[in-house]
Design a binder for this molecule. Sequence first.
Ligand SMILES: Cc1cc2nc3c(=O)[nH]c(=O)nc-3n(C[C@H](O)[C@H](O)[C@H](O)COP(=O)(O)O)c2cc1C
Length: 142
Amino acid sequence: MSNNKNDISTDGLTFLEDGEVLYDDLYLLSETDEKGIVEYASDSFLKIANMNREDLIGQPHNVVRHPDMPRAAFKSLWDDVQSKGFWTGYVKNARKGGGHYWVYATVLRSVDKSGNTKYVSIRIKPSREDIKKALELYATLD
Ligand SMILES: Cc1cc2nc3c(=O)[nH]c(=O)nc-3n(C[C@H](O)[C@H](O)[C@H](O)COP(=O)(O)O)c2cc1C
């Protein structure tokens, strides 16, 4: 948590001066079809993303992508969920209207009743130390 007197807290969100947004929610959920088109998002995810359902549902999940994220991270996400059925990693997402937030995401593959492949991402809040390590790693990746 931050202690800067200029940080603003409202509705479980804290807005830091550098654009990072911290959140109180325990987890942020979304679900996609096999192509990564969003089919479900939890209220907690919509809140931190600053989006309405219409902004996200039916859209490719890269609508929340932050340009600082290396392509290699998403290549490993898709390679792993398709081959092993899961991926875990740190993701910096862009907030609609400006700002960003970090998550530690676990992405899982599942199959619905009709036999269609789905992917679900369960995101929790990473520690400051984890974010620092992710930044160091991502600085070395394409
Ligand atoms: C279930 C699921 C959740 C995802 N969540 C995110 C996310 O929160 N942020 C993000 O940038 N990409 C997320 N992705 C990856 C995107 O589908 C996409 O690969 C990524 O944003 C990079 O965009 P690009 O593939 O167009 O380069 C998710 C994918 C899946 C399957």
